[in-house]
Design a protein around this ligand. Structure first.
Ligand SMILES: [Ca+2]
Length: 184
């Protein structure tokens, strides 16, 4: 027994902190559900869902990511979101994911992706923090990590972590994978 405990201690020491440790978002690599192209990732929601969903076309880890694009209309946008129901006002939320431009349908013109956090109270939005954007210059071959940080406003009791695409005067789409949200 002593020997086994010793071995476990050594493994823990060697491994140290790993990527994804402390992540408050479930299904962060979009691996569930398996084999449901175009569907919402398990535990996540989406809007304009004809233009986003699970895909095996690209992945940073595992077998899947989400693909996000939008219909041909300057006013439309689409995205996926995770609703977190344990927000603590005054705490800091660091929200990141990895994005990859679509080789089949690359981002053009004024189209862009963006992270944001919608702060809610009693299921209604009370404030929104807009974060990092990325456009046509984002790579089609190397996943890029994008990150935003925000402090939860007073009264917020939940929030949506949103990964979004704005079509504007452009077109295209991108993939997102490996979401990480830390609460500090
Ligand atoms: Ca994945």
């Amino acid at each position: 027994m002593k020997c086994i405990l010793g071995a476990a201690a050594i493994i823990l020491t060697l491994c140290g902190p790993v990527y994804g440790e402390g992540n408050i978002v479930p299904n962060a690599s979009f691996e569930e559900l398996k084999g449901f192209d175009g569907e919402n990732p398990a535990g996540w929601w989406s809007w304009n869902s004809d233009y986003n969903g699970l895909t095996t076309e690209a992945k940073r880890t595992g077998d899947q990511s989400v693909s996000i694009s939008a219909e041909a209309n300057t006013e439309t946008h689409s995205g996926v979101l995770y609703r977190y129901r344990n927000v603590v006002p005054g705490k800091t939320y660091v929200f990141s994911c990895f994005v990859l431009n679509s080789a089949n349908n690359p981002i053009t013109g004024g189209a862009y992706g963006q992270l944001s956090i919608e702060w809610l109270k009693n299921e209604k939005e009370i404030e929104r923090t807009w974060g990092v954007t990325w456009g046509p210059d984002v790579s089609m071959t190397d996943w890029k990590q994008v990150e935003m940080t925000a402090v939860a406003p007073a009264d917020a009791d939940a929030c949506n972590f949103v990964i979004q695409f704005f079509r504007k005067d452009g077109s295209g789409g991108y993939y997102a994978d490996d979401v990480m949200v830390e609460e500090k």
